[in-house]
Write a protein that binds this ligand. Structure first.
Ligand code: F0G
Length: 460
């Protein structure tokens, strides 16, 4: 539907509410200190607006809650499984659909089967759990996003695209069987939630076919990607988003999916594929860790909620509101003067904290400093995607990450425009006082994935 007004309203009304708690700035200073300035250590009850992640944080619809009541929890042959399977098959076209409790469980199974020493898995950009699951098997995870995808200010409508030249070089140089599959992450979360064009997917597919390599999607945010294609790619304006999504899936041979994003649910995922032999092996592994293939670590109600969520997420009124609300937050932050990854992606706005706070050296965690400020000033929880996450120490020396970003991820259907306006007002206040923000030093850290448990203290 075309909307004649400037204000894009939430295409839903609220039936169930969950109170959020106000705290004073003094209380938040204590909370921050006790959390050692690590956002993962803060209790949700102390957060006013939680922009830590868009994963598993969606508000479900009344229809989703309604269908959950009919969830069938039979161990084998659950009716809910067959409903779920039919919906996912219709959407993706894959022969085999294997439910899992979330995205990384699908990744773990897939890469346990196709990974291993000497193998190489290219992607536009592997998400952290995908990379970790590839590397855990001894295989190499290679990121081949186009150069614009790594430059925060570069203008490009599809900054998630695969660099086809680099992919061709990699495939041509590989030994037979060395590349068991190629991944494309839609949208590219680690690169700022940037979409991949259908043209790029098609060309990636051609290359994969030429070299006999299956193509898999990391499909977490497939609906947002499909809607970006509708908006930005010539020839797709008149197509229904659902048909664009179907076309995307049909260019691939399988996918891993975290339904906690575009499945509009709080838990769930799946592994889909056409290869019957591989699917059989995957089901065998599934039984070992997730459960029988007709529930895969989920209750019947979860399967029902995913089936309904996959239908709702392709509603174009929903997607218009979804992309507009992220874009709106980006516009307002840009007006204030915040340097952002441009253009904003589908699920989050990313602030370039290193650029915003040039007086804080990269070794002193400018991203963490901005995250702390968002919490101290307004009770807003964000996440650092920078030095704490990707930097490391070698012989006691801090080797900083390429960028220090702060991600404001927007949970689906959970917050209204006034919540976003409040975030903007807090951001304005921080911007005025940005010169007073201080850096941090590490008190304690783990050797791997340190951002989850890192303890920090402010530099004097
Ligand atoms: N792939 C992508 C692109 C993701 O963004 C995520 C999760 C996963 C795979 C793993 O899925 O969490 O269901 O196991 N991203 C979350 C985030 C955690 O905050 O971006 P999962």
């Amino acid at each position: 539907m075309s909307w004649p007004f400037r204000t894009i309203i939430e295409p839903f009304k609220i039936k169930v509410v969950e109170p959020i708690r106000f705290t004073t700035r003094e209380e938040r200073q204590v909370i921050l200190r006790e959390a050692r300035y690590n956002m993962f250590n803060i209790r949700a009850q102390d957060v006013l607006i939680d922009l830590l992640t868009d994963s598993g944080t969606a508000a479900m619809s009344s229809e989703q809650w309604a269908v959950m009541m009919r969830g069938d929890n039979a161990y084998a042959g659950s009716t809910s499984f067959y409903r779920f399977e039919a919906v996912v098959k219709e959407l993706t076209g894959y022969q085999h659909i294997i439910p899992t409790h979330q995205g990384r469980a699908a990744e773990k199974i897939l890469f346990s089967l196709v990974g291993g020493q000497g193998k190489c898995i290219p992607s536009n950009t592997h998400f952290d759990t995908t990379r970790a699951n590839v590397e855990f098997t001894g295989a190499e995870a290679v990121d081949l996003v186009i150069p614009e995808g790594k430059q925060s200010q570069a203008a490009h409508p599809f900054k998630g695209n695969m660099d086809l030249h680099k992919l061709e070089r990699l495939l041509a140089a590989a030994k037979p069987g060395q590349v068991p599959l190629c991944m494309v992450t839609v949208t590219n979360n680690s690169g700022g939630g940037q979409p991949v064009s259908m043209h790029n997917l098609r060309e990636t597919r051609k290359l994969c076919q030429q070299y006999g390599v299956p193509l898999f999607l990391d499909a977490c945010r497939f609906a947002e990607n499909a809607f970006f294609i509708k908006r930005r790619e010539p020839g797709y304006q008149e197509k229904a988003t659902i048909d664009i999504a179907k076309e995307m899936f049909r260019l691939s041979d399988g996918c891993t999916m975290s339904a906690k994003k575009d499945g509009l649910v709080n838990i769930g995922g799946f592994l889909g594929m056409n290869d019957s032999g591989l699917a059989q092996q995957a089901r065998n592994l599934l039984i070992l860790t997730e459960g029988f293939p007709t529930y895969g670590g989920l209750a019947g109600r979860d399967l029902e909620a995913i089936a309904q969520g996959l239908h709702e997420v392709l509603d174009e009124d929903y997607l218009t509101y979804r992309l507009r609300s992220v874009e709106y937050l980006a516009e307002r932050l840009r007006q204030i003067g915040y340097p952002l990854i441009e253009p904003p992606g589908g699920h989050a706005v990313y602030i370039d904290a290193r650029m915003l706070l040039p007086h804080i050296p990269a070794t002193q965690f400018p991203g963490q400093s901005l995250c702390s400020a968002f919490f101290e000033y307004g009770g807003i929880r964000t996440v650092e995607v920078g030095n704490a996450m990707f930097g490391r120490t070698e012989n006691g020396k801090e080797i900083p990450a390429d960028m220090d970003l702060v991600r404001l991820a927007i949970p689906r259907r959970a917050y209204t425009q006034s919540h976003i306006d409040y975030v903007v007002e807090v951001a304005e206040e921080i911007y005025k006082n940005r010169h007073a923000l201080r850096g941090f030093r590490v008190v304690k850290q783990a050797p791997i994935l340190r951002h989850f448990t890192i303890e920090l203290e402010p530099c004097d």
